[in-house]
Structure formats: structure tokens, C-alpha cells
Write a protein that binds this ligand. Structure first.
Ligand SMILES: [Zn+2]
Length: 784
């Protein structure tokens, strides 16, 4: 049987390693960090045959793409998913209940070491686990109960109710009860009922669009979910173990010997008996003689073995080189030795002498595929998106800067490739064929370098007459208008830069990642408005200006606040990786997060899976900043946030989308005011809160002709978004969150002056937004 493994995610600024193993009947995914499903789309790998997902660590770098992947696969018709991983996998899955649930899907969790015996076995392969633990003791875990860090609240009913239930349920639970409760949550989230049950329900919740990450459940289930999911789960502590997976294909049957078969009286044709005998079953001849398989089929041999090895830091090397099971593989002979090892390595591991000595113990027949950011060329991973940028860059290189791709560390590469001829770098689309004949296949790895590829796109644009004419026309128009748009004292804030890191709705696509908008405010710092899956990757790709990633680090260091508008997966699944990266580079605390209380519950529960150091985070519930609350009712933590950020007001309003969906207004004493809608229908409260905004950033999911769909899905059309801006007398408007049906130029009818429309990785100062309506004809020409 033919089967092979493929590198899908490589270690790069915007992706983490993931591997797909292809069999005819199904696919197996090893690790699913943020951006994995976008890589599937980019590289044409169909995800809907994936039914088993193996996770090496319960760390966001390995699991950050899981919640989004579950929703996407469920909506693509996948009916069952099995997740395999280490301690806290059940906790992680249940913690996602606030925003991940699908009635049609059944999800089973296989948590090591809770299940005894063989870790995994099916018709294609068996998988064993080797657990590695770091040599150093884990740092003292911060209590996962960070209630003390919560801002005091005037509207804390949600928080209070959760806390009371938490006290009675969470603390009383034994380990067995705890795991049973978590499993129960997972069963409620994914009951595995036929889709018809959900769609036939009359509940309004059941009409949610499949592509929308809303929960699709019946009315009764919704009630059960609301009642039960408010409970806080029993606490847990992060485990530091890394799992290595040793996978082996099914035994390969021996050759069928047709001559021997004929000699025994079997006749070629339908009753030749080959399929039966190859299956290992005997065949009875018409005269009653029984032919045993071994008489005509040669001996079978063990199936191919491959290993997914995770060594996250040099602290794990001692455990790795001391592992009896891994060492047995190194010493095994012929068919018992691994064909291929995928090495997922943290910083410094590849250069470590003990690791290099260990890797050399394997026979030369074992192929080592190295996945580490240290020696992977950071080539552009999302080329369709980069191509978009290349086109727009010809028009205005400051608003549409090119994303960064940097070169590999030649030093590290020299070590790996020079000293180990049977080692190679795990680039995207590298394949390793396990059966029938072991071989490395580089044919699908892009051979074209970023330089030649970018050069060819640039050349096409420069050589097409209609492109250059449109660009020149736009440049002339901009020069004519420039004087009329000089910064004026009446409208402060024109120097604030808005970078739209993700501008698509629902699912990440080739050209538009999911929501994230960064504000860079001189003398104040940076504010992130929503952060969907892949936001850190987009940020690193956009801001890295050299191989030391100073640009991205500097941007993170200045991050002061994250606003989470609501709990749809396309708006918040990038926050954890952002927090982890922020903690790594900053010594200035705290970081403020404003959002629905349930988001904080989720972060606290996830903090038991991976240490997030939440004491450095100040969470403020969005309802506590409601614009209708009098100023003297502002909580001390809200006041502290304003002082810390140097702002005069931060207000929110509930909007018309899903429960607990909010918009935000950020104001400065100098007079500027920035308003962000989150997802919503046109909303009068938003208009009221946003009066005289300097900039309104508003979602514009659908085109004007799709108003009914916008009503059904509780989104806005482009004209509705513009109208909201005009009703609040906004000085400038930026439209974003476009449906993925508009991958390139969003559909716009009329746009008033100073109204922009977002592309991924666009960087525009408020004072420059006047350019965009003028550039629209040229932009349309550039995307024929
Ligand atoms: Zn939404």
C-alpha cells in the first residue's frame, strides 16, 4: 500500500511545524498550530479526510489551530474527529466550550497517560508514545485562579455567577470527577448527532450560517449549554512533557507466487484465490483440499516506521538521549529501524553536541527531516497574499509595504547539512514516501526563490501597459489633491497609523487572514483591535525588518491593550500567542485586555494548560466600560487603564451580532477619537457612542446587493457601514472584515472622501486615508 508523509507547516515567522500522513482511507495530522488550516488552503491539501490529530505538546504553538480547524472541518461535513495528546488535552478541549461546539460532530479525546495499553491503533497504523520531560525543574506555577487580577466591576453578575459555581463544583472535584466533568462538557459540545437534527430545529440559533463560527445547536441544547458552560472547570496545572510519536504502518504482505498457485491447482481468474490468500485466509478447492496462505504467499514484513520527535529546548536533550525506546530504534536493524524522523526542535537543540551525537547513532537509512526556525528559510508561506501586496506596492509603497522574508542562518544549516548527509530541512510540501519504496520527494517544494518569484510578478505589472497607465493616472490625481488634504489642527490624530493585519471574515483565505487591526499611536503605544488566528504570524511577517526580528519585537513591546469584540473564533484565537510573545519581549507591565467576561474565563482555564503569567494582564470586562455608565461609576481598574495608557476615555457598547458582542471607542484629550465596530448590523448605540469620531473602523462583510444575507448573519453591507460613519459624523472611515467571497478588491459602490478599504498588511496613517478613494480605479485595474 502506498502511503507518505508531507510537511505542511514549516517553522517560519508565521507558521509552526505540522505534518500530514496520507493513506488512501484517511489522513493523520501531527500538530496544528495557528495558521495550519490556512496552509492547507494555500497548498491545496484537503483537510476533510483528516480524522486523527496528534499533538506533541499542550502548547499554543502546537495546538493554536485546533479550535478553528474543528469548526472548519465540522462545517465541511466531517462527522468524527479524534485528538491524541498529553496531559491536559481534555481540559483544553473543554475550555473551548465558550465558542466551539457543533452538533453534527463527535470529538473523542485520547489523553496520555489516562488511557492504558496501546496508545493508538487502526486499520492503517499503530502509534506508540515516548514522553520526554525537561531536566530542569519547572518554574513555580502561578495560580491559575487569577480572580484577584480582575477589575472590580459594577456589572459583574456574569463573573459572580461563574465564581459561585466554580467554588462549589471546581474545588470539590477529585481527579476522576474532574476528568468526568470535562468529558461531559466535550460530549455536550460535540454530541455527534446527524446534521438534520440541528438544521430542522426552529431555534433561531440553528439558522447560523455554516461558514459563520457561531454555535449551531437546538434550543434545548442551547439552554443546557448556557446552564452548564457557565461553570468554571476544575483547575489543572501545566505539564511540561513533550510527546514523541513512534508510528508504524501495517505489516506488508509477502509476494504472491502465481507459479506455486498454478502448481497447487488454482486457476488464474476470479477464483484464483489471490485476494483471499493475500488476506491471510485459506482457500478450499472443489475437491476439498485446503490451500494455506503460506503455500503461495511469501512471508510478510513489518510496516514502515516513522517518528515525530519533539524536543522543545535543550532541557529535553538528557531525556531524549536516555530514552530506552528511542535508543532501541536507533539500534534496530533493517525493517525495524525508522525510515524517517521528523525533528521538531526548539532553539539551540540542533547545535547541541549531545543531540548531534545521538542523531548519528541512527543508521544511514534513516532520513532526518529537521523542523526548526533556526535553519528553515523564512520564505513567503502565503504567496497569494504576498502577490496581492506586490501589486499594491507598485501603487503606493508606503501604504502597501512588502512583507518580509529573511534568509536562513547559514551557520546552522552548514552544521545540519554538511555533517549529516541524511538530514534535510523540513520545507513546506516536502514528502517522504514510506511505502512501497522509501524515498524523499522534493518535487512539490517550491523551487522558485522569493527573489525570482517576486521579480516575475513585479515585471508583469511593469510590462502591462494598462497597469502602468492606471498607476501613473493615480499618482497624478494624488498630486493634484494633496494640498487639499494637508493635516489640519481641527482634526488631531492624523499621524496615528492603522495596520490591518487581517481583513477577512469567518475563515482565513489565501489573500485575507481573519480579523486583526493594529493601532500605532505616537507617544501612547500600540492597541490591537481583535486578534484572530495567525495574528502574531502576520505581525512578524509585516514588521520584521531584519533577521533579528527587531521590528516585530518592538511592536510587541509597545503593545498596551488588546480589545476582543466578541467570542467568534475569527476574532480572538490569536490572542494567546500574542500574549506569550509579548511576555517574552517586555518588562513593562501590565497589558490590558478588554472584552467579554467569558474570554477571561477561557484565558484562566487555558492558563492551567500553558503558563500565561496572567498576573501581568489586567482584564476589564467590556460591559464595565459601557458608554451609558456615568463617569463617576468607572471602576478603579478602568481608571488605572486610562492613566496607564494616557487616554481620556475608553468606552464600549453592545452591538447587534451575537450575545456579548461589543464595539469600542478610544479617545485622547487632544481631541482624537477612534471607534471600532467589531461585528454588527448597523447599530444606533454605536452611532451614539461614536459621535464626532476621527476614525471609524467598521465591518463591511457583504456587498450592497446581499443585504438580506447581512441581516440573517447579523453583519453590515459596505453602504450600511459608510452610512453609520456619516451618521456619527466621522472624519475618516476604514472598511474591513470582508467576506472571503471578495478575496481581492472589496465590492464598493460609492465611497465618500477619506474612506479606506482594508487589505491584509496595509499600513495607513489616518491623515493618508484621503488617498484611497482616489486610488480605487487603479486598484481595480491592478486586479483584473
Ligand atoms: Zn462574528
Amino acid at each position: 500500500m502506498r502511503w507518505f508523509a508531507q510537511v505542511v507547516g514549516t517553522a517560519s515567522p508565521d507558521t509552526t511545524p505540522s505534518i500530514v500522513v496520507h493513506f488512501d482511507s484517511q489522513r493523520y495530522l501531527f500538530n496544528c498550530g495557528e495558521g495550519t488550516q490556512r496552509l492547507f488552503v494555500e497548498n491545496g491539501v484537503r483537510a476533510n479526510k483528516v480524522t486523527n490529530v496528534f499533538l506533541t505538546r499542550l502548547n499554543w504553538d502546537c495546538i493554536g489551530g485546533v479550535p478553528g480547524m474543528i469548526l472548519t472541518l465540522a462545517d465541511a461535513g466531517v462527522r468524527r474527529l479524534h485528538f491524541h495528546g498529553g496531559p491536559n488535552l481534555t481540559h483544553f478541549m473543554a475550555a473551548n466550550r465558550h465558542f466551539v461546539a457543533r452538533t453534527g460532530l463527535s470529538v473523542k479525546v485520547n489523553e496520555y497517560p489516562l488511557n492504558d495499553g496501546q496508545f493508538f491503533e487502526d486499520e492503517n497504523m499503530t502509534v506508540r508514545v515516548v514522553e520526554l520531560n525537561p531536566a530542569t525543574r519547572s518554574p513555580p506555577a502561578e495560580s491559575s485562579d487569577s480572580d484577584s487580577e480582575m477589575g472590580t466591576t459594577t456589572a459583574a453578575h456574569e463573573q459572580g455567577a461563574m465564581k459561585r459555581k466554580h467554588d462549589t463544583i471546581a474545588d470539590a472535584a477529585s481527579a476522576d470527577e474532574a476528568i468526568a466533568l470535562k468529558r461531559q462538557f466535550i460530549d455536550i459540545m460535540f454530541p455527534g448527532q446527524p446534521a438534520a437534527v440541528a438544521t430542522s430545529s426552529t431555534s433561531s440559533a440553528a439558522v447560523a450560517c455554516p461558514a459563520d463560527p457561531a454555535i449551531v445547536v437546538s434550543a434545548e441544547q442551547l439552554i443546557a449549554l448556557r446552564r452548564q458552560f457557565g461553570q468554571r472547570m476544575p483547575r489543572t496545572r501545566p505539564a511540561r512533557s513533550a510527546l514523541c510519536y513512534i508510528a508504524q504502518g501495517r505489516d506488508v504482505l509477502g509476494r504472491f507466487d502465481p507459479k506455486a498457485a498454478v502448481a497447487l491447482g488454482l486457476k488464474p481468474g476470479p477464483i484464483f484465490g489471490k485476494p483471499t490468500l493475500k488476506r491471510g485466509e485459506s482457500v478450499t478447492m472443489p475437491d476439498g483440499t485446503v490451500i494455506q496462505p503460506q503455500q503461495v504467499v511469501g512471508p510478510s514484513r513489518p510496516g514502515a516506521i516513522f517518528v515525530v520527535l519533539d524536543c522543545p529546548s535543550v532541557d529535553y536533550i538528557d531525556a531524549l538521549v536516555a530514552s530506552d525506546e528511542l535508543n532501541a530504534l536507533a539500534e534496530a536493524k533493517d525493517t525495524e529501524s525508522p525510515r524517517c524522523i521528523f525533528h521538531l526542535l526548539g532553539d539551540g537543540v540542533i547545535e547541541h553536541q549531545a543531540f548531534q551525537a545521538w542523531i548519528r547513532r541512527f543508521p544511514s537509512s534513516t532520513q532526518h527531516i529537521i523542523l526548526t526556525e533556526q535553519c528553515t528559510p523564512a520564505l513567503t508561506q502565503f504567496r497569494k497574499s504576498a502577490e496581492c501586496q506586490l501589486r499594491l506596492n507598485q501603487l503606493d509603497p508606503s501604504i502597501f509595504p512588502l512583507s518580509y522574508a529573511y534568509l536562513i542562518s547559514l551557520y546552522v544549516c552548514a552544521i545540519v547539512l554538511a555533517d549529516m548527509p541524511n538530514a534535510c530541512v523540513g520545507e513546506t510540501n516536502l514528502m517522504y514516501f514510506m511505502e512501497p519504496k522509501p524515498s524523499l520527494d522534493r518535487s512539490q517544494v517550491p523551487t522558485i526563490t522569493d527573489y525570482t518569484w517576486a521579480g516575475s510578478v513585479g515585471k508583469e505589472i511593469r510590462e502591462r501597459v494598462e497597469f502602468t497607465a492606471a498607476i501613473e493616472q493615480a499618482h497624478r490625481a494624488l498630486e493634484e489633491e494633496r494640498a487639499a488634504h494637508a493635516p489640519d489642527a481641527e482634526h488631531p490624530g492624523h499621524e496615528i497609523v492603522v495596520t490591518t493585519l487581517g481583513t477577512g471574515s469567518a475563515l482565513p483565505s489565501k489573500c485575507r487572514n481573519v480579523s486583526a487591526t493594529l493601532l500605532q499611536i505616537p507617544a501612547i503605544g500600540n492597541i490591537m483591535l481583535d486578534a484572530g488566528e495567525g495574528t502574531l504570524g502576520q505581525l512578524r511577517r509585516h514588521f520584521n525588518i531584519d533577521s533579528t526580528s527587531q521590528g516585530a519585537d518592538d511592536c510587541l513591546r509597545k503593545l498596551k491593550m488588546i480589545f476582543v469584540s466578541h467570542l467568534h473564533a475569527d476574532h480572538h484565537l490569536g490572542v494567546i500567542r500574542l500574549i506569550v510573545a509579548w511576555q517574552r519581549v517586555t518588562d513593562q507591565h501590565p497589558l490590558y485586555i478588554v472584552g467579554p467576561w467569558r474570554f477571561w474565563s477561557w484565558l484562566q482555564e487555558y492558563n492551567g494548560v500553558e503558563q500565561l503569567y496572567l498576573s501581568n494582564i489586567r482584564f476589564i470586562g467590556a460591559p464595565d466600560l459601557h458608554y451609558t455608565l456615568p463617569d463617576d461609576k468607572a471602576s478603579p481598574s478602568a481608571r488605572a487603564m486610562l492613566n496607564s495608557l494616557g487616554l481620556s476615555a475608553i468606552r464600549t457598547t453592545d452591538v447587534i451580532h451575537c450575545p456579548m458582542a461589543y464595539a469600542i471607542s478610544i479617545e485622547h484629550q487632544s481631541g482624537w477619537k477612534i471607534v471600532y465596530s467589531g461585528d454588527t448590523r448597523p447599530c444606533n448605540k454605536l452611532v451614539e457612542m461614536g459621535q464626532q469620531a476621527t476614525l471609524l473602523i467598521h465591518e463591511a462583510t457583504l456587498e450592497d446587493t446581499m443585504r438580506q444575507e447581512a441581516i440573517d448573519k447579523k453583519h453590515s453591507t459596505t453602504s450600511e457601514a459608510v452610512d453609520v460613519g456619516q451618521r456619527m459624523n466621522a472624519y475618516a472611515i476604514l472598511l474591513t472584515h470582508f467576506s472571503q467571497r471578495y478575496p481581492r478588491v472589496p465590492p464598493l459602490n460609492y465611497i465618500p472622501p477619506r474612506t479606506g478599504f482594508a487589505f491584509d498588511m496595509m499600513r495607513v496613517a489616518i491623515g493618508e486615508l484621503w488617498k484611497m478613494p482616489t486610488m480605487l480605479p487603479a486598484i481595480r485595474t491592478l486586479f483584473p
